[in-house]
Design a binder for this molecule. Structure first.
Ligand SMILES: [Zn+2]
Length: 483
């Protein structure tokens, strides 16, 4: 009789090429938020091939789906993503920036080809265990689109897609093997569209009312606001419509997209209301009109310590990898392509996860071959994730598995180029194995489910959840507003 972790490892090894094909397909078909038609359909087919029943169009999102196997309790969910980023198309396995303009220039700069496939592989391994041991329980894989700037899971949470789950697992590609025990920033993303009056900018400028002026004045207002918000808050913007390319036409239309982040949704909401006042002020000053269109939002992440401990123990049993010499040579070149401030920033992020060194051992090492100790942290990851909203409705645990060179920042060409490496795929299988093992333990030991839910209920009793996306807002594609 093999041990549980050996069962998981053997299964993933047997099925390796099946899962590698999924990861490669998603990588080579990079699609941005809510446009992941090819990736979603390929993964849904793979789920059917693996014996799951698939329901598509989940929460009325065309590229969302749920794959289910089994019946009864516990119901264990694995969260998968497969969306890419615009502008990060990059030749795979290159040691310098080589942009690819095919596929609209999109690229997997956040490793979601690995993320989606790893969670799917975990669901398959847990399902296999259920079958072999004739156990009661339900395994679900969630095809979650639009993580990048779309908050797909927050929309899905709003529609009750995860309400029935007993536990949920997710992971993220990264340079290290660790439990993601930090909270994350909540955010709102909102369009401000200004409408003015066009006119000849030389002959009759006095007849024009510039929407672009309104965008610029709004930006000035928000820049003054920065000093008077909490230090953890972040306000970023992108001008999504400048009103055209002619300086001799007063711009009648212009639009700016704001992303406002803070540790709690209530703090984001306060800042958002102040940003709206600034937008209205800019419209008043320029005699234009502003339309405010809410795009998406997500909450802060709620760690579940008892489930994290089970996931950590599972990660330790699956074990860290040993990078080959060839992988180290490739990683050395990636390491050398990073700027000193990128390496320094990586150390700061690592310290948030409990790392105490000065980074000197990274020099000459390049790839992680260890598992970071589990240190439950009250700290904050200065980024956002839509897994957060799932964590408000079901006990959720996440890990990160080493798939890239130490120091690699997310959303860079370096991250994209490493997304098909053998090291990345080893990390993907490590994440899959750890999540599957944790789920199998929960299938065998009901106390795991009970304890995680008791901790969750205790928190929720004091902190009731409201989904941050207003009910009338629907998911929008990246380029929908940019014409
Ligand atoms: Zn990501």
């Amino acid at each position: 009789m093999s041990t549980l972790h050996q069962f998981v490892k053997d299964y993933l090894e047997e099925q390796e090429s099946f899962f590698l094909d999924v990861s490669k397909f998603v990588y080579t078909h990079p699609e941005t938020r809510f446009e992941e038609y090819k990736s979603s359909s390929y993964m849904a087919d793979a789920c059917e091939k693996a014996g799951f029943t698939v329901e598509k169009n989940t929460a009325n999102i065309e590229t969302a789906f749920v794959a289910t196997y089994g019946s009864g309790s516990p119901v264990i969910g694995f969260l998968g993503e497969f969306d890419a980023l615009a502008g990060l198309g990059q030749e795979p396995l290159a040691t310098e920036q080589k942009p690819l303009h095919e596929n609209k220039g999109n690229g997997h700069g956040c490793g979601h080809n690995l993320l989606g496939t790893g969670s799917f592989a975990a669901a398959c391994a847990a399902k296999e265990y259920l079958i072999k041991n004739n156990l009661e329980g339900t395994i679900q894989f969630f095809g979650c689109p639009g993580e990048e700037g779309g908050s797909g899971k927050t929309f899905m949470t709003r529609e009750g897609v995860f309400d029935h789950l007993d536990l949920a697992f997710c992971w993220h590609p990264s340079p290290t093997n660790t439990i993601m025990s930090l909270s994350s920033l909540a955010n709102y993303q909102v369009y401000f569209e200004f409408k003015g009056t066009s006119s000849h900018a030389a002959i009759s400028p006095h007849l024009g009312r510039s929407a672009l002026d309104a965008v610029e004045l709004m930006s000035s207002g928000v820049n003054y606001l920065r000093e008077h918000v909490i230090p953890e808050a972040r306000m970023h913007y992108a001008v999504t419509n400048t009103g055209g390319h002619s300086p001799n036409v007063v711009q009648a239309n212009a639009e700016v997209l704001y992303l406002i982040r803070a540790p709690l949704v209530s703090q984001v909401d306060d800042i958002y209301k102040r940003v709206c006042k600034i937008a209205e002020g800019a419209a008043l000053m320029t005699e234009t009109e502003v339309t405010i269109r809410f795009d998406k939002a997500c909450s802060n992440y709620i760690p579940n310590r008892s489930l994290e401990r089970v996931l950590y123990e599972s990660l330790e049993q699956i074990g860290a990898g040993t990078p080959s010499n060839e992988e180290k040579v490739f990683a050395k070149e990636i390491w050398e392509s990073l700027r000193p401030d990128e390496k320094e920033n990586y150390l700061d992020v690592s310290r948030g996860f409990g790392y105490e060194g000065d980074g000197s051992e990274f020099e000459g090492k390049y790839l992680s071959d260890e598992i970071s100790p589990y240190i439950p942290s009250d700290g904050m990851l200065m980024g956002s994730t839509d897994v957060a909203d799932v964590s408000w409705v079901v006990p959720t645990a996440q890990l990160s598995a080493a798939t890239s060179t130490l120091g690699t920042p997310l959303h860079t060409w370096q991250m994209t180029t490493q997304g098909l490496s053998t090291f990345a795929h080893q990390g993907m299988f490590r994440a899959a194995g750890s999540m599957a093992l944790a789920a199998i333990k929960a299938l065998n030991e009901p106390s795991i489910v009970t304890e995680a839910n008791e901790e969750f209920e205790k928190f929720i009793a004091k902190n009731p959840y409201t989904n941050p996306i207003p009910t009338h807002v629907q998911p929008s594609q990246l380029n929908e507003r940019i014409s």
